[in-house]
Design a protein around this ligand. Structure first.
Ligand code: PLP
Ligand code: TYF
Length: 409
């Protein structure tokens, strides 16, 4: 009977916003969900996106369904943007031209993770997927529901507030050959700490030695440097290894939620880099067969915005790049302002300045996070991750004072 269904716990991240809304304290601060806010605390629409929407309003003649895997125009725009690096990655270009990349529009990044999870469960022998500890909580949930078996590899050592690279290598090496390995392309969620180019090379060597299948999640392209074309070192490097036949295949989940601010438009993609054009055809047909009975086809508004921004005739690329650069610039500014206002006598906050993206991973304990919430109405997830776009000129001092009080108690 329905009455026997147990109550499910609220989502660890989205549950924070519900509690925040219910709080009457006028000084309250929401550092929960990773969504951009401006210096007045409000969400924004990128001006370049607004312009693309104006173009759509003028020119759009129909609301027909797009294909099961989205439109060719969207797929090509994504391929060129991500793999050809807009004509700067010859290896990526070669992969595109030889028909070795299958790209499908998906329901944002989460949808692409689920589609590739289902696909791997159906067609890949090894069901074990190695994910960093910690990782975005939804990774584990998505892959479990897709029938895979997530297992953690060492990534970050909270007691040192730093990457744990030696253990990362050890724990990957000790895993079964042929496992799937999830890599965050940049701005690792939740820690904000990425590998250096040299460290990536070491990990890519382990991936080759162990025959792992690399699954890259790229939800924050552009948030590391401010420039999306500079944030894809990992993809360029892996394309080089594919060109040398050292890695045969990998997959990339990509989202425009953050870097175009298209959150609720649910616009993203899955790309599978295959061994040959023939393999691509079969894989594309199987992706269609997989997606059709789940949601049939993806939504079109967000993907048309992406098509327009990348379509040279509308001249919006530069303005999008500058919108994104401003967003990232503000995040970096509040990151330093928070750092400046924190008391460093008993606690070293230097890790904040090494982290990139939407978050700082404070190293605060769950008890300290709960105290911040209960005494100061500062809302963050209990792992000590702060979504810093909730910080602005008006609340940074209040926030730092609250943290100082909790830490120095
Ligand atoms: N992957 C990571 C690491 C994320 O942080 C997010 C969003 O926060 C996503 C994927 C997917 O987000 P969306 O489904 O909104 O594109
Ligand atoms: O803050 C985070 O890490 C994410 C944000 O449909 C998010 O959980 C929120 C809603 C959603 C996808 C991602």
């Amino acid at each position: 009977a329905w009455s026997e269904i147990p109550l499910a716990p609220p989502d660890k991240i989205l549950g924070i916003s519900e509690a925040y809304v219910a709080d009457a304290n006028t000084n309250k601060i929401n550092l929960g969900v990773g969504a951009y806010r401006d210096n007045t605390g409000k969400p924004i629409i990128f001006p370049s996106v607004k312009k693309a929407e104006q173009v759509l309003l003028e020119l759009e003649k129909e609301k027909e369904y797009t294909g099961i895997t989205g439109s060719k125009k969207f797929q090509n725009a994504v391929k060129n943007f991500v793999f050809n690096n807009s004509n700067k990655d010859p290896n990526g270009k070669q992969l595109i031209d030889s028909g070795r990349i299958v790209t499908a529009q998906t329901i944002s990044g989460t949808g692409s993770l689920r589609v590739i999870g289902d696909f791997l469960n159906r067609f890949y022998t090894n069901k074990k997927i190695l994910v960093p500890k910690p990782t975005w909580a939804n990774h584990v949930a998505v892959f479990k529901d897709a029938g895979l078996t997530p297992e953690f590899y060492a990534y970050y050592e909270t007691s040192k507030n730093d990457l744990d690279f030696e253990n990362l290598k050890k724990s990957l090496t000790s895993q079964d050959d042929g496992s799937i390995v999830l890599l965050h392309a940049c701005c690792h969620n939740p820690t904000g700490m990425d590998l250096t180019v040299e460290q990536w090379d070491e990990v890519l060597q382990i991936i080759q030695d162990k025959g792992f299948f690399p699954l890259i999640d790229m939800a924050y392209q552009g948030f590391a440097s401010g420039n999306p074309y500079k944030d894809i070192n990992l993809i360029r490097r892996i394309n080089e290894l594919v060109a040398q036949d050292k890695i045969k295949s990998y997959a990339l989940c990509q989202s425009f939620a953050k870097n175009m601010g298209l959150y609720g438009e649910r616009t993203g993609s899955i790309s599978i880099i295959t061994e040959s054009a023939d393999a691509s055809k079969a894989i594309e047909s199987q992706l269609k067969k997989l997606i059709r009975p789940i949601y049939s086809s993806p939504p079109i508004h967000g993907s048309k915005i992406v098509e327009i921004i990348f379509d040279e005739q509308y001249n919006l690329l530069e303005s999008w790049l500058s919108d994104l650069d401003k967003v990232v610039g503000r995040l970096n500014t509040v990151r330093s302002k928070l750092y400046e206002n924190l008391d460093k006598t008993n606690y070293n906050w230097d890790h904040l300045l090494k982290q990139r993206g939407m978050f700082v991973y404070t190293g605060l304990s769950s008890e300290q996070v709960i105290e911040l919430r209960e005494k100061y109405s500062v809302y963050a997830t209990e792992d000590g991750r702060f979504s810093i776009s909730g910080i602005n000129d008006n609340n940074v001092k209040y926030l730092a004072d609250a943290i100082n009080a909790v830490v120095n108690k």
